[in-house]
Design a protein around this ligand. Structure first.
Ligand code: FMN
Length: 193
């Protein structure tokens, strides 16, 4: 797949083949991608908890919130379509690192790129119940959960579309649960002098 096709198809995925696990080899590439990511001052403040156990996955699932543009009933993946792996992206609590959000964004970008290279789809998740997830995963009190990332082989397609005449940016889903994601046109984003 060429780079632009990779970027076009590397979307957020929210329905997965729940019975198809992610291999150790793919996981190793994802971990290496996280390790290699750029970091302000090369401080590398992020840590990761990888959750692959079916039992823990099912415990975490109710405390992740899917597709805010849709109702929870519609947006939430049904049984059989749940993620097969989560990563918790962690940093030290009260971190004085003012670039932590940039570091997290870059690392998550690397991680989901490495996953997509192997056909594994993902959903970065900021809308999560951090207290409950902390409890379930027994995360050290000194660490903060910045984001969760959900992973699995996609069970739907996601297509970039142009915003309609109203300019609305909310994504939608069709009856086959394929997603359509409006992206602003280039002319709205760029001025070239
Ligand atoms: C920082 C961040 C947090 C996000 N949190 C959630 C979330 O909690 N739940 C969810 O379903 N999607 C979440 N998303 C996915 C966005 O909704 C998605 O990126 C957006 O709709 C555009 O779709 P695309 O990624 O396919 O371009 C998040 C994305 C980012 C970058």
């Amino acid at each position: 797949m060429d780079l632009m096709e990779f970027l076009k198809t590397k979307r957020t995925y929210r329905r997965f083949e729940q019975n198809r696990p992610i291999s150790d080899e793919v996981l190793a590439d994802m971990m290496e991608a996280a390790r290699l990511s750029s970091s302000a001052g090369n401080q590398q403040p992020l840590r990761y908890l990888v959750v692959r156990s079916k039992k823990l996955n099912e415990q975490v699932f109710p405390f992740t919130y899917w597709a805010a543009a849709l109702t929870d009933e519609i947006g939430r993946p049904k049984e059989g379509r749940h993620p097969v792996m989560y990563w918790a992206v962690l940093c030290e609590k009260d971190s004085k690192n003012s670039s932590i959000g940039v570091d997290a964004g870059l690392a998550m970008g690397n991680i989901i790129d490495a996953a997509w290279y192997h056909g594994v789809g993902s959903c970065m998740m900021g809308n999560i119940n951090r207290d409950k997830i902390r409890e379930i995963l027994q995360i050290d009190p000194s660490m903060e959960i910045l984001y969760m990332i959900a992973f699995g082989y996609p069970a739907h397609e996601s297509t970039v579309i142009s915003p309609d005449a109203s300019g609305k940016l909310a994504y939608h889903m069709d009856e086959q649960e394929n997603f359509y994601v409006p992206k602003r046109e280039l002319r709205e984003l760029f001025e070239v002098r």
